[in-house]
Design a protein around this ligand. Structure first.
Ligand SMILES: Cc1ncc(COP(=O)(O)O)c(C=O)c1O
Length: 367
């Protein structure tokens, strides 16, 4: 980090890591400085060995930072590895001492919870249904940001699926250098124009922009908890002063390195999502009972507008083994909104078939 060395990041020198401290090979040292059991539990040896579970991982998620360096060209000092984006979301308001936060709403619930736990006063800036959940105009945004310490927004937004031009946030961030811009890009790799759509490369120039990134969505690894906050080195330094050590585990560090060999997978997912997204959009146009809203990421926000309760549709789908996300518990989406992800072609076809058939049935009953 720019102002701290790795040793004093956590203001205390822990044990372990003789190879780092003394330049020795691990196998040449009996490490009596760590107080863990000298024998291993009866787990398969390969489980323990492959990820070196008998050792502490790096204190600061170095393996994950290595992924961000090699995959996205991000300097070590701009990357704060976290145990899933969620850790970053909770760390930021606490570490930055945000007192008044404005949140683009409807959105992911945890921005509000994280801010409230940190003692912030939270207000919503509504994405309006009649404006297709798009960004409010510049003057409204500027007005609300001016009254707050920080704005939280997800791009693409979950669950509305709307995308926001990053240029708007860059313009606002330079107009309000003393306000924090917390941009959750958990789904950004699904956007057609990634990496252009991302603010990742802009954080060095903008001290007040923090990008929260996740490796659990695009790489389908939610069980592992992997992600990073990407920000100016000074901002990363501030966050570090408040962050718990060792939150990124050894398996996550190891897998992060292996993700560097997933270039083909990345192409395949992006092509799959883009193709299926277009197909689903096209086919749903012929279902008048369903209004498609945002679809900028790997999911669709849709509204059931057949004049009956959404429960009817949800029950019909569950009876056919399909579970979609009821979005009525999101403020602003009470009016029969639901979200479904884009899955494999044959699975999407099955969902479409059921939506078309139920739409027709309800449509016919109303005639
Ligand atoms: C918008 C958004 N941000 C962040 C997260 C948390 O991501 P992670 O699994 O990396 O903690 C989620 C999870 O659903 C999400 O929807």
């Amino acid at each position: 980090m720019s102002t701290m060395t790795r040793d004093n990041l956590y203001h205390h020198e822990h044990g372990g890591e003789p190879e780092r401290r003394f330049g020795l090979r691990r196998e040449d040292v009996l490490d009596f400085s760590v107080n863990i059991s000298p024998i291993s539990p009866p787990l398969p040896e390969e489980t323990i060995d492959s990820c070196e579970l008998h050792r502490y991982p790096s204190i600061d998620g170095g393996g994950v930072a290595g992924f961000y360096r090699d995959r996205f060209g991000l300097a070590r000092e701009c990357v704060l590895p976290v145990s899933g984006a969620i850790e970053g979301i909770y760390l930021i308001p606490r570490a930055l001492g945000i007192r008044r936060a404005v949140i683009l709403t409807p959105s992911f619930f945890d921005y509000e919870r994280a801010c409230r736990i940190a003692g912030s006063r939270v207000t919503c800036l509504w994405l309006e249904e009649k404006k297709r959940f798009e960004l409010p105009c510049m003057e409204i945004l500027a007005g609300r940001i001016g009254e707050s310490d920080a704005i939280f927004a997800a791009n693409p937004n979950n669950p509305t699926g709307t995308r926001f031009p990053k240029e708007v946030f860059l313009a606002l961030a330079s107009r309000f250098p003393d306000k924090w811009f917390v941009m959750d890009e958990a789904f950004i790799q699904y956007t057609d124009d990634f990496p252009l759509s991302s603010l990742m490369q802009d954080v060095r120039a903008m001290k007040n922009v923090l990008v929260v990134h996740s490796l659990t969505k695009f790489y389908a690894l939610p069980g592992l908890r992997l992600g990073a906050v990407i920000a100016h080195p000074d901002t990363v330094g501030t966050l570090l002063k408040h962050k718990e050590p060792w939150t990124v585990n050894a398996v996550a560090e190891r897998v992060a390195g292996e993700l560097l060999n997933c270039g083909e997978y990345e192409k395949e997912v992006r092509t799959l999502i883009a193709t299926e997204r277009a197909k689903i959009f096209r086919q749903l146009k012929s279902v008048p009972e369903i209004t498609v809203r945002g679809y900028g990421a790997n999911f669709f926000l849709a509204q059931w507008n057949a004049g009956s309760d959404l429960d009817e549709l949800l029950e019909y789908l569950i009876g056919r083994g399909i579970h979609v996300r009821d979005c009525r518990n999101f403020p602003g989406l009470e009016d029969n909104y639901f979200r479904f992800s884009i899955r494999k072609p044959e699975e999407n076809d099955y969902l479409l078939e059921q939506l078309l058939s139920f739409g027709k049935r309800v449509g016919a009953a109303l005639e």
